[in-house]
Write a protein that binds this ligand. Structure first.
Ligand SMILES: [Zn+2]
Length: 269
């Protein structure tokens, strides 16, 4: 140690300076604290989001992170480090976008093969949607992190934006669920085109799948925020803004995809 003056121990709840106290409880707000953990936070040590993320088995590491964020978001947030490895978080987010792109393009190829129609245009549409959706998700996650920086004070972390951007980077995995619902939507369009009679059912499936994946993402993110922030009205406002920003991002994504697709179509003719 020996650098207590450079890195004071700060109460994660109320920012009271706890350096030099003998009791492990904040005298200002009464919150008990773990001295070792606060020392880690104060010294700004970078920690992996989960152990063995960089053990060389990249796909396994991705899958483990994905399952944790999707199925146990509260536990994921509880264990999220005060200072995470930013390039690793960014890689996880970009890997999610890339996988979404792969699902959309492969899905487009399968649909066009099944419907026995010209594939070029549909695959182009799949790529345009992938790029449009990635861009809008990126904007959405950044905007949510910026809003949370102002509204929700994270517990056991000092740098608000760094912390919330780390959390939202890990929400990117949900784009895989969105990609699957988009494939259902694309199938509905194709089936309607060849008119085999069950296009209507596929549209219903699309709406249900898209709605469910969106609701799941919102809920998971809200659970993460609630698990790792100081209670209060501002936090409630922050959580309430998540679905609104999400809806905005959906429109932005469709708009962006449409523009890309139009630009490509006009370029081709
Ligand atoms: Zn305190």
């Amino acid at each position: 140690m020996g650098n207590a003056d450079d890195n004071p121990l700060i109460c994660p709840e109320c920012d009271y300076n706890l350096t030099g106290l003998s009791e492990d409880r904040c005298p200002e707000c009464g919150t008990p604290f773990d001295r070792e953990e606060l020392q880690k936070i104060a010294s700004g040590i970078v920690e992996p989001v989960i152990e063995n993320w960089d053990d060389g088995k990249l796909m396994l590491g991705y899958a483990r992170l994905w399952f944790r964020t999707v199925f146990t978001p509260g536990e994921f947030a509880r264990r999220f480090p005060a200072r995470h490895d930013e390039p690793a978080a960014l890689s996880y987010s970009l890997a999610s976008y890339a996988l979404m792109g792969a699902v959309l393009v492969i899905g487009s190829i399968v649909i066009t093969a099944a419907a026995a129609i010209g594939s070029g245009e549909v695959i182009g549409a799949g790529m345009a949607v992938a790029v449009g959706a990635s861009g809008s998700c990126w904007v959405c996650e950044t905007v949510i992190a910026l809003l949370l920086r102002g509204l929700a004070k994270p517990t056991r972390a000092r740098d608000r934006y760094h912390f919330w951007r780390g959390i939202t980077h890990h929400g990117s995995g949900f784009v895989l669920l969105s990609a699957l619902s988009l494939i259902t939507g694309a199938s509905a369009v194709m089936v309607e085109e060849v008119d085999v009679g069950f296009g209507g059912d596929l549209w219903v499936s699309f709406v249900v799948a898209a709605g469910a994946s969106f609701a799941w993402w919102c809920t998971a993110l809200i659970v993460m925020v609630v698990r790792r922030s100081v209670p209060g009205v501002r936090r409630v406002v922050g959580c309430g803004l998540i679905p609104l920003v999400g809806v905005g991002a959906v429109f932005l994504g469709f708009g962006f995809s449409f523009l890309l697709l139009s630009a490509c179509t006009f370029g081709a003719f």
